[in-house]
Design a binder for this molecule. Structure first.
Ligand SMILES: Nc1ncnc2c1ncn2[C@@H]1O[C@H](COP(=O)(O)OP(=O)(O)OP(=O)(O)O)[C@@H](O)[C@H]1O
Length: 252
């Protein structure tokens, strides 16, 4: 379980997060949705300790992020941020091995290689494995970055808009892989999504945020409603139902 208690965060004089408390269940895909500037990325970066925790508490299972040493944190939670700047003369398989760094500390073992090979296959990266990152398209680079995060093999994954640049095939494929990982390998995947229908289709739980506050948490069918979409995004939508899950259509 991820437990967030009373987390507030300021940048300069601006209050970005307002007293956030949340308990997120394990072994689920949890979609975090909300308008631009709601504080989703800030919450992630505080949770992953990329920004210092200013007040409150965050823990992943028994690990409190303030007390936890760096290596324990790196083998507990992996985060894909929105602004990854990985570039240069690094081949795809080398980047994936970099995801194993918390385990091998610079001396990869056969087990690390096995994990990299498994992830290359799982994410259909065989044709790209020997390519340089600088020679990849935007979507290909995004797929490789996600694969690197999954190579880290942590029980908790925080993915900030992983579907950026992905086409329809790769978006659906990734969401299915994340569901599979969460349900068969007990990973807890928290994922920021702007595509509400992807959240509706694939998430077990949806959390909504607005103005630095958590508004709601629950099953997609309970949270993704006409009223919620109006409140969050100020848009009028029609909500249909497909196999027990909501599908939203922007109403012209
Ligand atoms: N470095 C910074 N300095 C000042 N304000 C910042 C900084 N980073 C973020 N903010 C502000 O914090 C608020 C929350 O930003 P954040 O990136 O967490 O939102 P978000 O929900 O992830 O948005 P988006 O969907 O657009 O990615 C915004 O008002 C933003 O302008």
């Amino acid at each position: 379980m991820i437990k967030i208690t009373g987390v507030s965060h300021h940048i300069g004089k601006q209050k970005i997060l307002h007293d956030i408390s949340l308990s997120l269940p394990s072994s689920q895909v949890i979609a975090l949705i909300g308008p631009n500037g709601a504080g989703k990325s800030t919450l992630f970066s505080v949770m992953a300790r990329l920004q210092p925790l200013q007040s409150g508490q965050v823990s992943f299972s028994e690990h409190d992020i303030v007390q936890c040493d760096a290596r324990t944190l790196a083998t507990t939670v992996a985060m894909l941020s929105q602004d990854n700047q990985v570039q240069g003369r690094l081949r795809v398989h080398e980047l994936l091995m970099f995801g194993r760094y918390p385990y091998h500390q610079g001396r990869p073992t056969a087990k690390d290689q096995q994990k990299v090979d498994e992830i290359i296959e799982r994410f259909e990266l065989e044709p790209l494995a020997d390519r340089f990152l600088s020679a990849l398209s935007g979507g290909q680079r995004q797929r490789v970055l996600i694969a690197m995060i999954v190579c880290q093999d942590t029980p908790y994954l925080l993915l900030d808009e992983p579907l950026n640049n992905l086409d329809m095939y790769h978006s659906g494929r990734l969401m299915r892989e994340l569901r599979e990982l969460s349900h068969t390998q007990q990973k807890t995947v928290v994922i920021v999504l702007h595509d509400i229908n992807q959240a509706a289709q694939f998430a077990d739980t949806v959390v909504t945020m607005k103005d630095g506050q958590v508004m709601a948490i629950g099953r997609p069918v309970d949270v993704i409603t006409k009223e919620t979409m109006k409140d969050l995004y100020n848009v009028d939508v029609t909500v249909l139902n497909h196999q027990g899950r909501p599908v939203i259509v922007d109403t012209v």
